[in-house]
Design a protein around this ligand. Structure first.
Ligand SMILES: Cc1cc2nc3c(=O)[nH]c(=O)nc-3n(C[C@H](O)[C@H](O)[C@H](O)COP(=O)(O)O)c2cc1C
Ligand SMILES: C=C(O[C@@H]1CC(C(=O)O)=C[C@@H](OP(=O)(O)O)[C@H]1O)C(=O)O
Length: 390
């Protein structure tokens, strides 16, 4: 299963095309719209989110609420496009030279793809880079991830996320009753945090950063329950599920690191406090009383919850801008900013959740492939029973 996305941040629309989904998966636009709307929320987002009301059009691969087995095409229109038609027009005749010079972006923003992308593709107008490198593209990734999430949920696999840290303020709540409880709390938190004390401090930290013209990053955690054991493989580097999850998280704009289970804590702990002892009961089969390795051993699922964390750097566009060099004049400048998020960690948690959903669904479809969703479901149930009785 794979997908491609297309579209610029201020272009007419974003498109995702998914190939390799089995036929017969129930899928309606509200499954996707729910995720798109979650991605738009969060304290610290800029004015763009007031302009956009992301909703999907399913333009291929689905009839009467079920996938057909053909490519699924998803379209999300950019409301902001109407303000950018002149600047972004795909077919418009080139504007006169003077106008063109005014519009050209020749000032690369530190921390963005601008300068490297311009050098790579030979663009002297860096709008040609920033339009596609913008995290607006995560809308299309969430749309594709929402389809994966639907597939997982039909297979009894449940996925949630929460914000662990923003700008150095850490959530202290580690325990929650169930994923449903986690979802209930995070959906009503402006920063998707489980800890009400930390939530307040996180919001203050975001407001302070904004006031000071700065930005802050943070850490998000994704939890997945219900994965059958043995998904992924140890036999080759590119079949290891932990590697695929790490690659997925690192591919999200501004993500700079990934942890699985207790993550980097393993460095300071002895093996006896890292590895999860294996135990067995007739009802559940094999299980671990602890889950420090986050549901993955040897590149495969253990059947325990999968726990993945990702760290997001502070947003690079600052109202108190950093120094850079104009590529035309080679003179230093400090940029003027129109609008930007000051913190997008809560939104990024939703992106990460959907990216993880995609990687897990793709691994399941690859390993247990069937053209028919009903058969895939039977095979997954068989895998669970087989692992239990093994
Ligand atoms: C949901 C989300 C929203 C973002 N919003 C902004 C923003 O408003 N301004 C900005 O400068 N960067 C924003 N970013 C981060 C940039 O897109 C990112 O840092 C940039 O594309 C460079 O990529 P890199 O940080 O992965 O190297 C956002 C990232 C995410 C995930
Ligand atoms: C549009 C989204 O995020 C954008 C990501 C982004 C960036 O540089 O990554 C810059 C901002 O775009 P603009 O300059 O149009 O305000 C954000 O709003 C979105 O998340 O849907």
């Amino acid at each position: 299963m794979r997908y491609l996305t297309s579209g610029e941040s201020h272009g007419p629309q974003l498109t995702a095309i998914i190939e390799g989904l089995p036929a017969g998966l129930p899928l309606v636009d509200s499954d996707i719209n729910m995720e798109l709307s979650r991605r738009q929320k969060g304290h610290g987002r800029g004015r763009r989110m007031q302009i956009e009301k992301d909703t999907v059009q399913i333009t291929g691969g689905v009839r009467h609420g079920y996938t057909l087995g053909s490519p699924v095409a998803l379209v999300v229109e950019n409301n902001d496009w109407k303000h950018w038609t002149k600047i972004m027009g795909q077919n418009s005749i080139a504007p006169d030279e003077e106008e063109e010079m005014k519009r050209k972006i020749s000032r690369p923003r530190p921390g963005h793809a601008d300068l490297n992308g311009a050098i790579k593709y030979g663009h002297r107008d860096m709008r040609n880079v920033l339009e596609r490198s913008s995290a607006r593209e995560t809308t299309a990734r969430v749309a594709a991830g929402a389809v994966a999430k639907k597939l997982l949920s039909e297979l009894g696999i449940n996925i949630g996320s929460h914000v662990v840290e923003i700008g150095g303020v850490r959530s202290s709540v580690k325990e929650y009753e169930s994923l449903d409880e986690l979802k209930e709390i995070t959906e009503s938190s402006p920063v998707r945090c489980l800890d009400p004390e930390a939530e307040k401090k996180m919001m203050e930290a975001i407001d302070l950063a904004k006031e000071q013209g700065d930005s802050i990053g943070g850490i998000v955690e994704i939890i997945v329950e219900g994965m059958p054991p043995g998904v992924g493989s140890y036999v080759h580097y590119d079949r290891k599920l932990d590697a695929k999850l790490a690659s997925g998280i690192m591919s999200i704009n501004a993500f700079k690191g990934v942890e699985i289970g207790i993550g980097f804590e393993v460095a300071s702990k002895p093996g006896s406090e890292v590895h999860d002892e294996i135990t067995w009961s007739k009802e559940t089969g094999y299980y671990r009383k602890t889950n420090r390795l986050g549901g993955l051993e040897g590149g495969m699922t253990t059947g325990m919850p999968i726990i993945v964390r990702g760290v997001m750097k502070p947003i690079p566009t600052l109202y108190k801008p950093l120094k850079s060099i104009d590529i035309e004049t080679k003179e230093p400048f400090t940029a003027s900013i129109e609008r930007s998020d000051s913190c997008a960690v809560p939104a990024a948690a939703v992106v990460a959740e959907n990216v993880v959903a995609w990687e897990l669904a793709a691994a399941i479809v690859e390993q247990f492939y069937s053209d028919r969703f009903t058969t895939l479901k039977e095979v997954i149930d068989q895998q669970r029973a087989y692992a239990r009785d093994f």
